[in-house]
Structure formats: C-alpha cells, structure tokens
Design a protein around this ligand. Structure first.
Ligand code: PGA
Length: 235
C-alpha cells in the first residue's frame, strides 16, 4: 500500500529532518515494506535516501526561468526529488490553479519521469447535488490527464473532508473508488481527515490502495502507526 504525508505549510527544515529520520527509523525497526511518501514544504526539501521517498508539494512546469516565487525542475533535481503532488484541492481552490495549468504541470513532470500523485475531489455543494453530478465534476478533473501513465498515483480527496474531521461513509468511499477505478488502473489513495482512529478501517476498504494524510501526519508517531496498519493489512 501507499502511505503519504502531506505536510503542507508546516514544520521547519530542522523539524522536517527530525520527522523524516523518526519515520525512517520506525520503518526500519518494524521492517515495514509499504511505499511511504512524505511531501515537506518546499523550503524543507532534502536529499534523502532510505525507505521514505521525499516528494514536492508543487513545482512550476519549467527547468528554470523567470517565475518569481516558484521552483522548477532544477531546484528539485538538486535534492534528487522525482515525486510530485499535482492537483491538490488547496492548489485548485485556494491558489486557483486551473485544470489547464495542472495538465501542463502533469505533462511536464511526466516527460521527466516523475512519480505523480494526482489529486481529485469534489466540494460540498457538488457532493450535495447527487452522485451523478459529483462523478461528472470529478471526471472533469481527469480531462487531459494521461491516466495510463506508469508512474501515476491518484488520490481521491473530497474537499469538504480535508482538515475538517469529516469523512464520507465507508460505503461512499467504496462506491466512489469503484467508479474511479474504471477511469484508471493507477493505485488509488483516499485522503481527507484520515487519522489514527479511522486509518485502519479506511485502508481495509475495497478499492483503496493507500491514504494521503495531512493534519494527522504532522505527528510522526501517528503517521508511523498508519504505516504499521497498512503493513498489517497485508493487502
Ligand atoms: P487532512 O488533509 O488529512 O488534514 O484532511 C489531507 C490532504 O489535504 O491531503
């Protein structure tokens, strides 16, 4: 399974280093062989080799150039980063990235062979408009995306469940994942208020290949426990 931590705009470089070494020692100690990804803030990216794969939360589709405030491939290459998160709800809805921009980013990093965690998910008003409308909305987030890309991982994250403590019911998650599995054979993660208290249940659901965790992953200990749950499920 794939267990991913999105640290967002949290933790300093020093704290991130500590976090990664804690997770790394835990995985070694417990002999955990699941795929573990950690996405630190851009200023905390580090060159790291071990069981934990470090990924970028964002980067501009450029090798280098005049894109104030952004980083490009050259800045990722310095740290050997070959994994990127694209389409996260906060990039779409807070920063305002359009599907067109995300497709450009996707294609650029795909060409470079990056592992891409591509996020999709609906806001509350769309969810309330019924299953069909919701699936139509999510389908649009697949437009222009090469769903057969070999290094693709998809994360389904309902916007209303991110950082709110709310989660869809298990039945809902299974139903949506079932639909999304028809669109791509890529591993499919669930994200949105995954915590130590519900991770085991979520990970065990049919059609779930892992989780993408935000707030609860900020505690290395909690994140490690989720990695251990994934291992124990032996999926
Ligand atoms: P959350 O965030 O776990 O805090 O809901 C998940 C995410 O944004 O990927």
């Amino acid at each position: 399974m794939i267990i991913a931590a999105n640290l967002k705009t949290n933790l300093t470089r020093e704290k991130t280093n500590k976090y990664i070494s804690e997770v790394e020692s835990f995985l070694r100690e417990k002999n955990i062989s699941e795929e573990v990804l950690v996405f630190p803030a851009t200023s905390s990216l580090i060159a790291h080799s071990g069981a934990v794969t470090i990924g970028a939360q964002n980067a501009y589709p450029t090798i280098k150039g005049a894109f104030t405030g952004e980083i490009g491939y050259e800045q990722l290459e310095e740290f050997g980063i070959k994994t990127i998160l694209i389409g996260h709800s906060e990039r779409r809805h807070v920063i305002g990235e359009t599907q067109e921009e995300l497709v450009k980013k996707f294609d650029f990093y795909k060409e470079l062979g990056f592992k891409i965690v591509y996020c999709v998910g609906e806001p509350l008003e769309v969810r309330e408009a019924g299953f069909e409308n919701m699936m139509e909305y999510i389908s649009k987030q697949y437009e222009g995306i090469d769903t057969s890309y070999e290094n693709l991982i998809i994360a389904y994250e309902p916007v209303w469940a991110i950082g709110t403590g709310l989660t869809p019911t298990s039945e809902d998650i299974v139903a949506i994942h079932g639909e999304l599995k028809k669109k791509s054979l890529a591993p499919l993660l669930y994200g949105g208020s995954v915590k130590v208290t519900n991770a085991k249940e979520v990970l065990a659901l049919e059609g779930i290949d892992g989780v993408l965790v935000g707030s609860a992953a900020l505690y290395a200990e909690h994140f490690c426990t989720m990695c251990e749950y994934a291992q124990s499920l032996n999926k």
